[in-house]
Write a protein that binds this ligand. Structure first.
Ligand code: ZN
Length: 335
């Protein structure tokens, strides 16, 4: 308020001077209304838009030089430029800096603009608040995005392993820029006709770990079961899922590896003969099912950096959680 008062006074004085000058130069009929209207507008418009200093600085020099052209230009042209500038600036860095996030950009406006389609300035601050750190910190899927060389190398590996998959469009989440998979694969089968029931989107490295573990340990372990049943499928629980990690608090939950295509939950192992062998607490049951579950669970830690299951906590009593979370020093969490 106090800051505006001097500006307002200056405007009045300047306006008066300008008025005097204008009166001397041009027909008085046009000048007074042109000068009076902008004056009240200026102090009000300045504090509303963040660019208050700009309008104040501009008139000081312009008024002296050429009053007639400045007036109409400021009163009408000044506000519009301020509005478009704000939304344009944040949008560009988002698109450039976070290429996988390009798809979510068009999706963001829809939820945000539901109640304010015409209020671009209102959306701009929201976008800034959400994406304010975008230029400095890319989204997690962007940081995990495989280079062309790494991605091609991974595809060659899973091709050799006989993984059945299709490359699908990047997975993003309009409500959480840190959820998603930059280069997802929809994995359907593993070599030997082993199906992932329903298929599962995941990163290539996750598919690779799953295929190698299954080939090297799950299949041999299955052959040790009574009657050597043929493994025909992995019954899956959560695959890709944009959510927080279980047990990390509701206020600031850490993102689950499921939200990044790094994790897969296995509920049961299906065989050609007999019932599926479900993952369940089997400690001290003293049978081959326990031996199989212990064997595949223990060996999974050679391929995945996180292995959780029955006994880890209640949330994992009915499945094996396997993920390839990267940790400092290659540290693994296998329980
Ligand atoms: Zn899980």
């Amino acid at each position: 308020m106090r800051a505006r008062a001097p500006a307002f006074v200056v405007w009045i004085v300047v306006g008066a001077l300008g008025l005097t000058a204008a009166v001397a130069q041009e027909p008085p009929a046009d000048r007074p209304p042109t000068v009076e209207e902008p004056l009240p507008d200026r102090p009000e418009a300045a504090p509303d838009t963040v660019s208050a200093p700009a309008p104040e600085a501009a008139p000081a020099s312009r008024v002296d030089d050429a009053r007639p052209p400045v007036r109409p230009e400021e009163s009408e042209a000044a506000p519009p430029p301020a509005a478009p500038e704000t939304p344009e600036t944040p949008e560009e860095p988002v698109a450039d800096d976070d290429s996988p996030a390009v798809p979510p950009l068009p999706a963001q406006p829809s939820p945000l603009s539901l109640g304010s389609q015409l209020t671009l300035p209102t959306e701009a601050p929201l976008a800034l608040a959400q994406g304010g750190s975008v230029p400095a910190t890319p989204s997690i899927p962007a940081t995990l995005r495989e280079s062309d060389a790494d991605y091609a190398a991974c595809l060659r590996k899973i091709d050799r392993l006989g993984v059945g998959y299709t490359e699908i469009e990047p997975i993003t989440d309009p409500e959480d820029r840190d959820c998603g998979i930059a280069r997802p694969l929809q994995v359907e089968t593993l070599r030997g006709g082993i199906t992932l029931e329903g298929g599962a989107p995941m990163r290539c490295e996750t598919a690779l770990a799953l295929a190698e573990w299954t080939r090297d340990f799950v299949l041999p372990a299955a052959r040790r079961l009574p009657d050597s049943p043929r493994l025909t499928g992995l019954q899956l629980g959560s695959t890709y899922d944009c959510r927080g990690r279980v047990g990390t608090g509701a206020e600031a939950p850490k993102l689950s590896e499921h939200a990044l295509g790094n994790a897969i939950d296995i509920m049961a192992f299906a065989f050609e003969q007999g019932e599926p062998l479900v993952v369940t607490p089997r400690a001290e049951s003293g049978d081959m099912a326990e031996a199989f579950q212990r064997a595949v669970r223990g060996s999974a830690c050679l391929f995945f950096t996180t292995v959780l299951g029955p006994g880890s906590n209640e949330a994992h009593d009915d499945h094996l959680h396997l993920d390839i979370a990267a940790r400092n020093g290659g540290w693994r969490l296998c329980e």
